[in-house]
Each structure stands twice: as C-alpha cells, then as structure tokens.
Design a binder for this molecule. Structure first.
Ligand SMILES: [Zn+2]
Length: 101
C-alpha cells in the first residue's frame, strides 16, 4: 500500500465540487490519508476513498418533485392558437329567427 505524507496530491471525491478532484493531504493516520483539502474549493473533509456519499433523499423535496411530475402530463395537447374551441363557438350569439307575418 502506498504511503502518503502531508501535502501529497491525491484524488478524492469532493462534496462541494460534487466530483473527484485533486486534493492535498492535510492529515495522515498510519501512513493513510485521514483528511484532505480540495485544491479547487479549498474545503477540508475526511478521506472518502473516491466514493461519493450516498444521496440524501429529503422526503419533503421528494414530495415536491413528485408534485411537479404530476403536473407534467406528456399526453397533454396544446391547442394551436386561432383554433376555435367548441366552448368559444357556443358563446357566439345565435342569429335570431324573426318570425314575419
Ligand atoms: Zn472541491
């Protein structure tokens, strides 16, 4: 197993950058990196072995997302402009039939 020292460059998953980035080792335990500093956003975090943290599912956000999904109806048909709908036709005044003597 490769030994690491303070200041070594190492790839790891950065939670802020949300991807594997270049890091500097800022803490070493038993020759293994314990804490790293992202060289892009300068945030410190524990060594993650390049593993992304499990996605956190917020039940409230999940509910909101489902609500949005419900409003998006792929079968919904958008009526082209200028087309008379039956409802619009019904509101037209009807020609009054005048009865003549
Ligand atoms: Zn970062």
């Amino acid at each position: 197993m490769r030994e690491h020292r303070l200041g070594d460059d190492i790839d790891d998953f950065c939670v802020r950058c949300k991807r594997v980035m270049n890091h500097s080792v800022v803490s070493v335990i038993d020759s293994q990196p314990a804490k790293l500093r992202c060289r892009t956003c300068q945030s410190d975090h524990d060594f993650r072995h390049e593993q992304a943290p499990p996605p956190k599912v917020d039940p409230r956000k999940q509910a909101l997302f489902n609500d949005v999904l419900k409003t998006v109806d792929p079968t919904a048909v958008i009526e082209p402009a200028g087309v008379e709908t039956p409802a619009a036709a019904a509101t037209k005044p009807k020609a009054k039939s005048k009865a003549r003597k």
